[in-house]
Design a protein around this ligand. Structure first.
Ligand code: SF4
Ligand code: SF4
Length: 427
């Protein structure tokens, strides 16, 4: 038996009571071995395929119990797990996702905002937004202004105005606040990045790459006077990384560009030397009501992630296989978090970034109680790393989407890769 990743919280083995295998064990068998990930403890173990965890030697039984692979017979694991989940109304806000505009200089075919009417902050809504922020920012505790869009960098002056006003009202003090941004990166320049880090206290950026240079440029479909969108974004990311900004780099893949994933990694290999880069390769979400062949379907996703992680582990990226396993979650997505709110360009407040243009104005309470989603997913062994998934997708009608999120599809491919690595090292 080999523990490959330990649980952060250790559970004691209680002597003289019967044990059962955890319902949160997810396993893969290969090469006469079994690799198990426990989604509640995030621990990983490799055992012989015919190893019986319940009649193992005392010292090994201790280790299996400590890491949550076996649990007392009388325990209701679902009840135990959800008793630790935070469900609270939106109060004590300190994470403000602000959408200065829904307009964008790029025209990605998959963008959920493509069909929305383009709206930007107006003079009136600017006052409304500042008023809301001023009322809700607690100047004595940390807060994050999270700039989202559309393309927020089309509104640099508006962002400056909001920040200036909040500083003059003494709401943003010293280093008690920071910014994050989601941007396509095509408008980043050295000067702007310096402005963003100094004036906006920018600490993190979320940026997407859609393929190798040619494919990325085709998909972004942005006019930059002949300049390459890929190059602009790449250079912007490099500058952000050098400035110490944490960059979460999503790589959007579908059936048309997934085979070039290794080439995409080659094209950004110079970025991988930075510890403040986090690569997040994932599948492209289909539109709400249609599923073209180009989108990766749920039943294809485990094979997809197997190829993706294999390529990632063979690249210059420093991440290790062990670090790729997800961790159990104790609070839901942004929409259900008690400290987070989304502010639309018209100043209305919402819970979910995908649902901010709904007719239901100021709908911040709509998502907070997601117990129903947990209950619907009660039997699912992935529940602790998914928490019932995306509530927005769950509540769509006539949709091709499912609520299950990325974590649902990464565990088995990772276990498979772990067994292959173990087998290679043993030979
Ligand atoms: S409900 Fe879905 S789209 Fe909305 S914040 Fe949560 S995960 Fe994201
Ligand atoms: S949304 Fe899907 S993966 Fe997540 S807990 Fe429910 S059934 Fe499981």
């Amino acid at each position: 038996m080999e523990i490959c990743r330990e649980s952060k919280n250790k559970y004691n083995l209680v002597d003289d009571i019967p044990y059962k295998e955890s319902m949160y064990n997810i396993e893969v068998c290969q090469f006469n071995k079994k690799a198990i990930f426990n989604s509640a403890s995030s621990a990983v173990v490799i055992i012989d395929e015919d190893y019986d965890m319940l009649s193992s030697k005392e010292d090994e039984k201790h280790i299996l119990a400590e890491n949550g692979f076996i649990v007392p017979n009388n325990i209701n694991e679902y009840e135990k797990f959800i008793s630790n989940i935070e469900i609270a109304k939106k109060n004590n806000l300190n994470f403000f996702t602000i959408i200065p505009t829904t307009a964008c200089n790029a025209k990605c075919f998959y963008c959920y905002e493509e069909n929305y009417c383009k709206k930007s902050i107006t003079k009136e809504s600017n006052e409304k937004i500042i008023d809301f922020l001023a009322k809700n920012i607690d100047e004595n505790s940390k807060c994050v202004l999270d700039w989202y869009g559309g393309e927020p960098l089309l509104c640099v002056n508006k962002i400056d105005e909001i920040i200036d006003k909040l500083i003059s009202m003494n709401k943003l003090k010293n280093n008690n606040w920071s910014s994050s941004i989601t941007t396509n990166g095509t408008l980043l320049t050295k000067n702007l990045i310096s402005h963003m880090t100094n004036k906006w206290h920018l600490e993190s950026a979320h940026i997407t790459i859609d393929g190798v240079e040619e494919e990325h440029n085709r998909r972004k479909n942005v006019s930059l006077n002949g300049e390459s969108a890929f190059k602009k974004t790449h250079d912007g990311i490099l500058e952000l990384l050098k400035s110490g900004v944490y960059v979460n780099l999503r790589i959007h893949l579908d059936n048309h560009n997934k085979d070039s994933f290794s080439k995409i990694l080659d094209s950004i290999s110079d970025l991988m030397q930075f510890d403040n880069l986090h690569l997040f390769p994932t599948y492209l979400f289909p539109p709400e009501h249609e599923m073209a062949d180009s989108y990766i379907k749920d039943f294809e996703k485990e094979d997809f992630f197997y190829d993706v992680f294999k390529a990632l582990l063979n690249s210059n990226n420093k991440i290790t296989l062990k670090d790729l396993f997800p961790k159990a979650k104790f609070n839901g997505c942004l929409a259900s978090k008690s400290n987070a709110v989304v502010i639309a360009p018209d100043g209305t407040t919402h819970a979910c970034v995908q649902d901010f243009s709904s007719v239901d104005k100021n709908d911040t309470e709509k998502y907070h109680n997601f117990k129903y989603a947990l209950e619907e997913c009660k039997e699912c062994p992935f529940l602790p790393i998914c928490l019932g998934g995306c509530l927005y997708n769950r509540n769509l009608s006539n949709t091709m989407r499912t609520p299950c999120v990325r974590n649902r599809f990464v565990v088995k491919p990772l276990l498979k890769l772990l067994l292959e690595k173990n087998n290679n090292e043993g030979n």
